[in-house]
Design a protein. Structure first.
Ligand code: NAP
Length: 328
């Protein structure tokens, strides 16, 4: 039986630990419960927000005047080299299980907070691996007609930290995802932080990635954050050349539709924004793509800081930054 709570404080459900109350809040463990929750929202004409691990969202201080549905669909099932995970499973727990089984393909994605169902929404990526390289298919509920639909990899519209599900936010709710791993993989050490190291086995790579992440990113147990707040901009090759001339040393990488520039470098060395503050929110000292919220910070502080960064980047480079975090 679906239980719907009222006036639930949202902050503990997000890694930013910010945000007011949700008017209604439901945890769902099956597609049937999801349908019940959606019809409750329809009857009451409520806005709906689908929540996974809360690691990529900034709720407003005023809360959410609608129904927040927390996806807790469980289950991790291995079939040879394929693993099928319920959308509510913790992503990193899935990576850990794959490594225990000696399966390659997602080891560089160790330590990413969030759920397996949220992972395809933004096509999570780190250290040269992307979910889109290994996702076989996913099953999602189409909220437009209540039907469960299966999307093969090619139908997911994957791009750089993007997918059709993110583009059509709110329409599809991921229920399960299948990932194709390999028993005979090999290390992908293409990123600077990894290639200097002698890493051969899956547990070695996982340990190294977790170590690097914890040295560069805030400890979620101590500080509020949603990781990278903005996406690295992808610009035209002409624009990249112009930026390289103005900011010597700016790292650039070929991307699908142009040239990807390192926003962390630009914010730090180019615009000197490291340590910038707005109230209780600050640009993280060790990784300026990350905004950190102190215990007494508000969502308002965090948004104000993000807006200031966007303005500074716009004025100095004419680049319009795009948030990776969903800001409500
Ligand atoms: P880094 O290794 O210092 O590199 C800085 C930026 O340059 C990264 O954003 C990365 O882009 C890009 N880059 C570096 N080497 C590259 C290569 N060989 N080919 C293509 N692009 C390259 O970055 P970092 O901040 O420590 O992060 C390491 C990885 O973890 C990155 O992939 C980052 O995206 C990922 N990460 C993501 C989050 C998040 O919240 N989304 C949080 C932590 C880490 P990409 O970002 O496109 O890889």
């Amino acid at each position: 039986m679906l239980e719907i709570s009222e006036n639930v404080v949202l902050a503990p459900y997000t890694t930013f630990r910010l945000g007011g109350r949700a008017k209604f809040f439901a945890r769902i463990k099956t597609a049937g419960e999801l349908l019940d929750a959606l019809s409750f929202a329809r009857e009451k004409k409520l806005n709906v927000f689908i929540l996974g691990g809360g690691s990529n969202v900034l709720f407003d201080d005023a809360g959410f005047d609608g129904l927040v549905i927390k996806i807790e669909i469980g289950g991790i099932e291995f079939q040879d080299e394929t693993v099928i995970a319920g959308a509510g499973e913790d992503w990193d727990a899935l990576v850990e299980r794959a490594i225990e089984k000696n399966l390659w393909g997602i080891e560089n994605l160790s330590g990413i907070p969030g759920t397996a169902g949220a992972a395809p929404m933004q096509n999570i990526g780190a250290y040269g691996q992307e979910l889109s390289q290994v996702l076989l298919w996913l099953e999602a509920l189409d909220t437009a007609n209540g039907e469960v639909r299966r999307f093969e990899n090619k139908e997911c519209g994957f791009g750089y930290r993007a997918s059709r599900f993110k583009q059509e936010t709110g329409r599809f709710v991921v229920l399960r995802a299948a990932v194709r791993l390999r028993a005979d993989g090999e290390p992908n050490l293409s990123y600077r932080d990894l290639f200097r190291r002698e890493l051969r086995t899956l547990p070695e790579i996982r340990r190294a990635v977790l170590e690097i992440r914890s040295s560069k990113f805030p400890d979620l147990a101590k500080e509020g954050t949603a990781g990278s707040f903005f996406l690295n901009p992808v610009v035209s090759p002409q624009k990249a050349a112009e930026l390289a001339a103005r900011f010597p040393g700016l790292p650039q990488f070929p991307a699908q539709n142009g040239t990807k520039i390192s926003l962390a470098w630009l914010l730090d060395h180019g615009l000197r924004l490291k340590g910038e503050r707005a109230g209780g929110a600050r640009v993280f000292e060790r990784q300026p793509l990350v905004i950190v919220a102190d215990k007494n910070a508000s969502a308002h502080d965090t948004r104000a800081l993000a807006e200031r960064i966007k303005k500074e980047v716009r004025e100095k480079t004419e680049i319009e930054l795009e948030e990776e975090v969903r800001v409500l």
